[in-house]
Design a protein around this ligand. Structure first.
Ligand code: SF4
Ligand code: SF4
Length: 79
């Protein structure tokens, strides 16, 4: 799968994230062929008193695969 073009934008809704890690698994499996969250271009972490926070690495192409598998609506493809 091509990774060179950032063709869309993904809006993050931290308040909807439950920390399931599905997004990390899909990204790492798609691009690294391994279910290793640390290799993903998206990461979720729990911040005490604030809840889960989602961030993308610089290598993220905004391909939307992770968003397509977040059933909680925490990742929204906006264009
Ligand atoms: S963004 Fe969605 S898929 Fe990723 S950890 Fe949060 S709830 Fe799970
Ligand atoms: S948009 Fe694509 S490259 Fe970026 S974190 Fe999600 S699956 Fe990985």
């Amino acid at each position: 799968m091509s990774r060179e073009i950032k063709s869309r934008e993904i809006k993050i809704h931290n308040e909807k994230c439950v920390g399931c890690g599905t997004c990390e698994l899909w990204c790492s499996f798609t691009f690294q062929k391994a279910f290793i969250p640390l290799l993903a271009n998206i990461h979720q972490s729990f911040v005490s008193g604030e809840g889960f926070k989602i961030s993308f690495t610089e290598d993220c192409t905004q391909c939307g695969i992770c968003a397509g598998h977040c059933v909680y609506g925490a990742l929204e493809i906006v264009k």
